[in-house]
Design a protein around this ligand. Sequence first.
Ligand code: ZN
Ligand code: ZN
Length: 304
Amino acid sequence: MLSPLSQRLHDRLLEIHADRPDLAAALDLQRNLLSRELELLEMFLAGGLPRLSLPGRYLATKLRDGIPALFSEPVPLPQHLLTLALRDFCGRLATGRTEASARAIQTAFDGPLPPAAVISACFGRDQTQVRALAQHASVAPDLLWLIAELTVAPLAHLLQRQLFEGASAAPGTPLAEAVAQWDRGFCPACGSWPALLEAGEAGHTLRCSFCALGWVMASYRCIYCGNDGESFLTARPDPEHPGRRLQFCGECGGYAKVLDLARPTEFPLVAIEDLASLDLDMMAIERQYGRPALPTITRRPARG
Ligand SMILES: [Zn+2]
Ligand SMILES: [Zn+2]
């Protein structure tokens, strides 16, 4: 018996496969990876989450200063469980195109590449540190980042829900107001860029690529640099599918995908919506646009 979320994952994979049979191999891999993510999600739900003692007023001040809620918080990570998951995802990716690189990472975990350091750096959204670790161990940095993100994303998702569902359940509190006023292109929970923008009647919902939180920006502008001039534009590259669009920014060279979706994208389905719209990425890359590295978040010096 599948859980409702696994059932939706399964159904959505079948729909995408019917539309895009050319993606069959990639969809099979996603099925394999995301079903493991769902297992981790259930394991954390059953076993309890790390306790966060982040008072609402403290978080509200942090958000008002433009700092994501989880940024630089010392979260006690369940390293044993995460290390098992990291090795397991690495094994699942030791196939096809990524086989040799994943095997090299697997070997490095027993030598110069400490799993706990990779997990902590990825949870802290420190891509530079993960790259440095990869370089030191002579393994593929992008694949290592992907494996680490798959491992820690379920936990980040649940922590994000713990913090933000509480805020939305208590309207009028400083935290709920600070969440509602968040008007930036990166995620207020974890600081990542969105994977995609979901078009809706109340504007575009930015959907975090890592923790799957959704939020809105108050105006039509580039999510990366804030450009709202003439060089920021939206294109409908395929007249037959007007619900699939691309935002291009001439200022920073960034692009973002805007999709009309039947329902908000739940964790961990963001990855398959991202995959199902891969043709849009290809179009943007052909036009020399890109997705920037993670935003650099700087904490202002404490006042007083
Ligand atoms: Zn996030
Ligand atoms: Zn821009």
